[in-house]
Design a protein around this ligand. Structure first.
Ligand SMILES: Nc1ncnc2c1ncn2[C@@H]1O[C@H](COP(=O)(O)OP(=O)(O)OP(=O)(O)O)[C@@H](O)[C@H]1O
Length: 468
């Protein structure tokens, strides 16, 4: 099936649906619990909810047989001609990859890995769409480069947030579980090794401030033998003053010969310039502008009067949204907190994750959501990037992401909606838009040359026609 056709095709019959359901892995079905039963919806706005319900159920079901199709479509970012074996990875890494259920590399993995593993080591600045396996690519590079017998830091990977650093660390541990002797140290807030300790782990993953602290203030890390330096979500690391200063300071203290790897789904032109200045002689993998949109995510918007009206619309679609798992993005901690308390007051079971929580709470919240304990997570841009939770099939922008000057933040929009539709799965994004912000929706459509359908609850027949 060609990209974009999925939502227009006829609704599968019950029998087809049941056959497709067989393909949904058991662990996902368990996490989603009741959601696959064909229940009548109890919500007030039954017609709208039932349509959204259909859409979400369909996207969930189709997700699990779509990846194979995409991996053989040359136009897809998941396409590859090579196998993992042909990428000359160590046998213990191949074992790790296959144990994670990967069959074939994605385009970014197939292209970037030979560059990253070449001798002499080459620098790389790489861009690829959200959820296409960039993390796995640079994790494989780090695991391939370290010497397990040498008990000192050899790779540093910087992430913009606490949650992302933990997640990347887990990927390193999972992928490297057959590589004996390799360990990971987490340089994140709340983790305080003893004062006289010297880090022996070969791979350090952390946020820029804490890594800097460990290197220069607490002198826990010897930077002399660092041979790979990764900046994940590199554009935001460069753009955010604090992150940039800390990252550059660490980078200056590591050997000049160290391999530098910069990854992100988005790089604004001004960021490319800076990236190329700090990374000597890099290989570059860059997306064309038209490749930036996420074809597997169906986008909608709903016009609302104000915050209260947005809340009403949200409650209307809530029943459908909790078929799977959903992330709701708010522009500020204040709105996130208001939404959380209002939803709890009205009896909804939701989680909240914002930067003001203490780190143990943040770690607990994201884990609970990952485990499916809560189906809905209310958050801010702190979870906009990198967070990878397979069963998230809906993203709701309670507020559109804005820059400090009030203009639309296109990059964050793309990262936020990219929390769904991971690795070729289907996803749905809803934007709740105040009338005065309608022009921003049109700006997004134009910027990404994409179509965002109005979820007009007054004319559902029309909407249904355009969706299926
Ligand atoms: N070759 C592969 N085969 C199957 N699944 C894969 C493969 N590579 C990665 N994945 C899975 O795809 C999902 C997305 O991968 P990953 O998080 O690396 O994407 P990303 O490009 O870093 O995304 P983002 O831009 O959001 O940070 C993960 O769940 C990962 O386990």
């Amino acid at each position: 099936m060609a990209d974009g056709d999925w939502a227009r095709n006829a609704e599968p019959t019950d029998m087809q649906n049941n056959n497709l359901l067989d393909k949904v892995p058991k662990h996902i079905k368990e996490k989603l619990g009741h959601s696959f039963k064909n229940e009548e919806n109890e919500s007030e706005n039954r017609a709208a909810t039932s349509l959204i319900n259909k859409l979400i159920r369909r996207s969930l079901v189709e997700s699990f047989h779509h990846v194979e199709v995409l991996q053989s479509d040359p136009k897809s970012p998941l396409y590859s001609v090579k196998t993992f074996e042909e990428l000359h990875l160590k046998p213990e890494l191949l074992k790790g990859i296959y144990s994670m259920g990967f069959n074939r590399p994605s385009k970014i993995q197939e292209t970037a890995l030979p560059m990253m593993l070449a001798y002499p080591p080459q620098n790389l600045i790489a861009q690829s769409q959200s959820g296409t396996g960039k993390t796995a690519a640079f994790v494989l590079a780090m695991l391939s480069r370290v010497s397990p017998n040498k008990k000192y830091p050899q790779c540093i990977c910087l992430s913009p947030t606490f949650e992302l650093a933990l997640q990347t660390g887990e990927v390193i541990e999972q992928m490297g579980k057959y590589c004996e002797g390799i360990t990971v140290a987490y340089a994140v807030r709340g983790n305080r090794p003893a004062r006289d300790c010297v880090i022996e782990s070969q791979i350090i993953i952390g946020t820029p401030g804490t890594v800097m602290d460990w290197c220069f203030k607490r002198r826990l890390i010897d930077l002399l033998n660092i041979c790979v330096f990764v900046l994940d979500e590199a554009d935001v690391m460069i753009e955010l003053q604090g992150h940039c200063d800390h990252s550059v300071r660490v980078k200056r203290a590591i050997p000049k010969t160290c391999q530098m790897l910069l990854f992100s789904a988005t790089f604004e032109e001004c960021v490319w310039g800076f990236a190329e200045r700090i990374v000597p002689d890099p290989n570059i993998i860059k997306l064309k502008k038209e490749e930036l949109t996420l074809a597997n995510i169906k986008q909608f918007y709903n016009l609302c009067e104000n915050k209260e009206d947005k809340y009403r619309v949200m409650c209307n679609i809530y029943g459908a949204v909790t078929i799977a798992q959903a992330i709701i993005f708010c522009q500020s901690r204040k709105i996130a907190s208001w939404l959380y308390h209002t939803m709890c007051r009205d009896g909804h079971c939701v989680a909240i994750l914002t930067g003001e929580l203490i780190v143990t709470e943040r770690a607990r919240m994201i884990q609970r959501f990952r485990d499916g304990e809560e189906k809905v997570l209310i958050t801010t841009n702190v979870c906009a990037r990198g967070i990878d939770i397979e069963q998230v099939s809906v993203v709701i922008n309670f507020d559109l992401p804005l820059n400090a000057d009030g203009s639309i933040d296109f990059e964050t929009y793309l990262h936020r909606i990219g929390r769904t539709g991971r690795f070729g799965k289907r996803g749905i994004a809803f934007n709740l838009v105040e009338k005065r912000c309608l022009s921003m929706m049109l700006d997004i459509e134009k910027h990404f040359s994409t179509k965002i359908l109005r979820l007009n609850t007054e004319d559902l027949d029309e909407l249904e026609k355009s969706c299926f």
